[in-house]
Design a protein around this ligand. Structure first.
Ligand SMILES: [Zn+2]
Length: 641
């Protein structure tokens, strides 16, 4: 995913019933055996208890779901998906007599088990609804049962599913539906073992209104006919958070033989043009890290309420329309979602405490991809911007423990693992390794890592064991254990973090300083500036900037009305504390139009912090119906403080 923003995490308790770890197996020997190697491993292997995902009720260490078959009707009138889910499973413990799933706000109708060649109704218990985890859904397994079938319907308020009215779409004629399941909302769509530790294949059959098209994170319906009857197949095992669905009046445009884009008609051509370098990105990553293993790679541009920059749903990344800037300046998000096809989708964190394995590696691969396509100057500018936001997130973190790459055991909500600490922090750690071990050795190591752990879910400690055997052992003097531990397990970031030096940014700073020192705004030479240089210029503006100075910039560059969402957002973040009034009308429009969390969470927070609370609540009242449930929850929390 691109852009998770941590504001204050709701004080949500995991102490609710059913969250015990009684199903976990006893701890295994903590010493890692390294056959044939005399020396002791530097990092111990974790016990089953320590590895266990705290954000699932599933008894996946005893019984593991392997395949999901969905058959659902999409009903825009009732805002529900209804039908059946069939789950195949394997027993890891022979005597296991229950299957525990996650369910959140699902109306369960019947539960059956398939044993001895027939379906039989079986008993189940649905636990109380926890604010974070949803409900523990325990199914009694008859002897010999190998699959279960659950007939159910979703709730209109399902947090992972957004139902848009026709008025909330660009075309205004048809409704739209899309899902966002990372990190724990797949359980609002179907009963599942909703943890990244469990990988499943899936088949799905969906019926929709006949004039709409359905797409999923899978091989798309092969008929190619718009008839409201669609079948999908995902043959590679994926974690549940990568199941995804979108339904709407969408069209497809090919970019190459193997890459294309889905979007509403109004933005289809612009999207295909904006993303035309995507096939070259696939080539660049394959050259570095090995083959793309998922068949096609398509993108879908969602309505503006999509709460993220992008979501790496396999074979079909979900993207925000705020990337369509007209100049490809924001396509690093495409590189990011594509990079997840290696880091995250192929090799997955088995626990959200290890989210940096997904997001840090992906941010690193993203940056290498941008360098391969557009050269080192753009890549270093993007790292410089990332470092600035990393330092900001570290400074604003709720606790020091949230500024280490390995997240603490008492994480309150998986969202807390998705700050720039995991993204940029993880990237800079890998950059550090690249510098110490040399790019050639490090590239070969990463390629072998993706190969070794393909289609597996692993922990930070698994990575470290592999790193020790395959890279560190080759060059034992390149780093010390203390350095690695400081990067991964200690709060904050060590001195060895890269200081990205961009000549272009230095020229921007020189101009900014000359202007702040009394120069005329006409003296600013911005004609050749890219989006990145603008973001650096605005980001570097001091908090002492006056409304007169902002007015002078606005008069010349029209920043309050910028159609580049990143630039507009950066400008509003300066305008709010400065009390620069002319920006507030365009900001109002921006907040109502755009639902991307990266922008709106900080903007609302800044408004609340800068005596604009009432004004912001007025805007939010109008904007809220158009926001995704995930965004609503986050912003509700800001105003509940
Ligand atoms: Zn990501």
């Amino acid at each position: 995913m691109k852009d998770r923003v941590v504001v204050s995490i709701l004080a949500l308790s995991l102490a609710a019933a059913g969250c015990s770890q009684q199903d976990a197996e006893p701890a295994v020997d903590p010493e890692r055996d390294a056959p044939g190697v005399e020396m002791e491993a530097s990092w111990r292997t974790l016990s089953a208890d320590e590895v266990r995902d705290a954000f699932t009720y599933a008894n996946y260490q005893d019984v593991r779901v392997t395949h999901l078959d969905l058959d659902l009707a999409v009903d825009f009138e009732t805002k529900t998906l209804s039908g059946a889910a069939v789950l195949d499973f394997e027993r890891l413990r022979e005597d296991a007599s229950i299957l525990v799933l996650d369910a959140n706000d699902l109306a369960i109708e019947t539960v059956e088990a398939y044993a001895d060649g027939e379906w039989v109704v079986t008993t189940y218990q649905l636990g109380p609804d926890d604010a974070v985890l949803g409900s523990r859904f325990e199914i009694d397994l008859p002897d010999g049962a190998e699959r279960v079938r659950v007939a159910y319907a979703t709730s209109p308020e399902a947090e992972g599913i957004q139902w848009l009215t026709p008025e909330q779409t660009a075309g205004k004629e048809h409704p739209f539906l899309f899902t966002q399941f990372q990190p724990l909302y797949a359980r609002t769509m179907a009963p599942l073992q909703d943890t990244p530790a469990v990988r499943i294949t899936y088949d799905a059959h969906l019926t929709t209104p006949p004039e709409l098209v359905a797409v999923m994170s899978a091989r798309q319906d092969e008929s190619g006919v718009r008839d409201g009857d669609y079948s999908f197949k995902m043959s590679q095992p994926i974690p549940s958070y990568l199941i995804a669905l979108a339904v709407g009046d969408i069209e497809f445009k090919a970019i190459s033989d193997n890459v294309g884009v889905y979007a509403e008609n109004y933005i289809l051509d612009a999207s295909a043009a904006e993303f035309e370098d995507t096939p070259a990105m696939v080539d660049a990553i394959e050259a570095l890290y090995g083959p793309y293993r998922w068949g096609r790679y398509d993108l879908i541009v969602l309505p503006p309420s999509f709460p993220f920059g992008g979501m790496e749903n396999p074979r079909l990344s979900f993207m925000t329309p705020t990337l369509i800037a007209g100049d490809k300046s924001l396509t690093n998000v495409v590189a990011h979602e594509l990079a997840h096809s290696w880091s995250g989708n192929l090799v997955t964190n088995s626990n959200w405490r290890d989210a940096w394995l997904n997001e840090g590696f992906t941010s690193y691969v993203e940056n290498r991809t941008m360098e391969a396509l557009y050269g080192p100057e753009r890549a270093v500018m993007e790292r410089a911007l990332d470092k600035a936001s990393l330092l900001r997130d570290v400074a604003e973190a709720d606790s020091p423990a949230l500024t280490a790459l390995k997240m603490p055991a008492d994480l309150e909500h998986p969202d807390a693992a998705f700050s720039q600490v995991s993204y940029a922090g993880g990237m800079f750690f890998l950059k550090f390794l690249e510098e110490r071990f040399g790019r050639d050795a490090f590239d070969a190591f990463l390629a072998s890592y993706f190969e070794e752990y393909a289609f597996q879910s692993i922990t930070t400690e698994d990575f470290l064991a592999y790193f020790e055997d395959r890279l560190w052992a080759e060059q034992p003097d390149a780093v010390t254990k203390a350095e690695i531990d400081a990067w991964i397990f200690e709060p904050g970031f060590p001195e060895s973090i890269e200081n990205p030096q961009s000549d272009a940014f230095e020229r921007v700073e020189a101009q900014l300083n000359a202007w702040l020192g009394g120069g005329a705004v006409e003296g600013l030479e911005t004609g050749a500036w890219t989006t990145h240089e603008w973001l650096h210029f605005i980001g570097q503006m001091p908090s002492t900037i006056t409304t007169e100075q902002m007015a002078a910039l606005d008069a010349r560059f029209d920043l309050s009305a910028s159609q580049n969402a990143e630039i507009a957002n950066a400008w509003y973040l300066k305008a709010i504390p400065a009390g620069y009034e002319p920006a507030f009308d365009p900001l109002d429009d921006f907040l109502v139009r755009v639902g991307r969390g990266k922008f709106i969470y900080r903007l609302y927070q800044s408004l609340a912090d800068n005596e604009r609370r009432e004004w912001a609540m007025g805007v939010y009242k109008r904007a809220r119906p158009g926001y995704h449930p995930i965004a609503q929850r986050r912003i509700d929390a800001i105003f509940a403080e």
